[in-house]
Ligand binder design. Structure first.
Ligand code: HEM
Length: 418
């Protein structure tokens, strides 16, 4: 008798998304994504117990129509025999990333009223200073680890500034974000890490609760203050909602931006003619950032739940089944992008999926774009003859938030422009 998987037409097991756990595939997942798009664009993956969609159109459909409400609440955790994870579920269940309308619409409106385009614009000079300071600290050495010395601390310090907490706390924000993101981005969880995740959630929650108390004593400009004050149509955020959405903003803004800067710089080092083009034509920086987001998508996939029986690509996805939408695969879909495996820093038609799509479209996209423009411009402006300083590249074991552990580079520093 045919198994459930055979009924669904299980293709070659080498097409399972579990392949991303193979370091060689993870180092360059794009040939694997091409096979998925071509051979099984809408596939039931029995190893992951989820559907996997990889074509641009289908990824868009899933992000547009499917449910983001995918984290069990503390009660369900208890029913699953995982009561110790209740505190994690309690925070996630209040984060906009895991809610559908109308709860999502309410939270997103309130948070957007606090995180305005004007707030992002006002940060530009500070962000330039942060980038310049980090480069100055390494310029004289002629070498640096681009990840540890720049791509990690840069968004961490920017995040501290955005939230309105002491900039010196950026190392703590970074450590919490790394632990939380390891859980968010991976589909295989290491039970030994549960203790760290619980400690991280307790520490973050305690830190931001104290930051709120400090705001009440001594109000200070920043996103936390604005979230506390936000009011839309008579609705306000509860203290727990402020904390949960401060955490999702803090995590959302760090690992992704680190990956964009690190992976993007590696791409430019591997394609010296593209790096030269960007140096010679700094005015193309905005389209270059979009293309690097498309080409090396920092957040490769996300999950959704089918809200009702739905046919996609001729396959019936049953209500309640999980779906992985692989944005990084959609971003290389030749049906949508001409020569998708070419890096075209001036690509004009580039509505990529790197920031997601529809209601959950990245909340911090404007800030991320500004940070990336400033980071690449500052690095290329101050460092010449940038080259790899090691022969081995190591990737973090995070299939979703795909980024380098380190990127040792050597260079010749030039004087900062006045
Ligand atoms: C290169 C940098 C970034 C990338 C690639 C990125 C990517 C994404 C993606 C793909 C989503 C949608 C996830 C989904 O639909 O499941 C998302 C949502 C989100 N991002 Fe970003 N992000 C970046 C930077 C930032 C920054 C700087 C912030 C905050 C300062 C931020 C905060 C958020 C938040 C809060 C959400 C949830 C939005 C919602 O659910 O309505 N992100 N981001």
């Amino acid at each position: 008798m045919a198994t459930q998987a055979e009924k669904r037409g299980l293709p070659d097991p080498s097409l399972s998304l579990f392949q991303l756990l193979d370091p060689a595939v993870h180092a360059d997942p794009y040939p694997f994504y091409r096979r998925l798009r071509e051979q099984a664009p809408v596939m039931w993956d029995p190893f992951m117990h989820t559907w996997v969609v990889t074509r641009y159109e289908d990824v868009m459909t899933v992000l547009h129509r499917f449910s983001a409400d995918r984290t069990p609440d503390p009660k369900k955790m208890e029913a699953l025999g995982l009561p110790s994870l209740g505190p994690v579920a309690d925070v996630m269940a209040r984060q906009m990333l895991f809610l559908d309308a109308p709860a999502h619409t309410r939270l997103r409106k309130l948070c957007s009223s606090a995180f305005t385009p004007r707030r992002v614009e006002a940060m530009e000079d500070q962000i330039r200073e942060i980038a310049g300071g980090l480069i100055d600290a390494c310029a004289g050495r002629g070498a640096m680890d681009l990840v540890a010395d720049f791509a990690e601390p840069f968004p961490a310090i920017v995040t501290a500034g955005l939230l309105g907490v002491p900039l010196d706390d950026h190392r703590r924000l970074k450590a919490w974000s790394a632990t939380f993101a390891e859980m968010l981005g991976n589909f295989q969880h290491n039970p030994d890490r549960i203790h760290d995740v619980l400690r991280c959630v307790a520490d973050m929650t305690g830190y931001f609760r104290e930051a709120i108390r400090e705001q009440e004593r001594r109000p200070r400009e920043g996103l936390i203050r604005s979230l506390m004050d936000a009011e839309v149509d008579g609705s306000r955020l509860s203290e727990d909602e402020v904390i949960a959405n401060t955490i999702v903003t803090m995590v959302g803004g760090q690992e992704t931006t680190t990956n964009l800067i690190g992976n993007g710089m590696l791409t430019l080092i591997r394609m010296p003619e593209k790096m030269r083009q960007l140096r010679e034509r700094p005015e193309i920086i905005a389209t270059a950032v979009e293309e690097l987001l498309r080409f090396e998508t920092p957040s490769q996939h996300t999950a959704r739940i089918a809200p009702e029986d739905t046919v996609i690509g001729g396959k019936l996805i049953r209500k309640g089944e999980a779906v992985m939408a692989v944005m990084a695969a959609g971003n290389r879909d030749p049906e949508r992008f001409a020569d998708p495996d070419d890096l075209d820093l001036t690509r004009a038609d580039n509505r990529h999926l790197a920031f997601g799509w529809a209601a959950h479209f990245c909340f911090g996209a404007a800030l991320a774009r500004m940070e990336a423009r400033i980071a690449y411009s500052a690095l290329l402006g101050r460092l010449e003859d940038i080259r790899l300083a090691g022969d081995r590249l190591e990737w973090r074991t995070n299939s979703g938030l795909r980024g380098l552990k380190s990127l040792p580079i050597a260079f010749r520093a030039v004087e900062a422009a006045a």
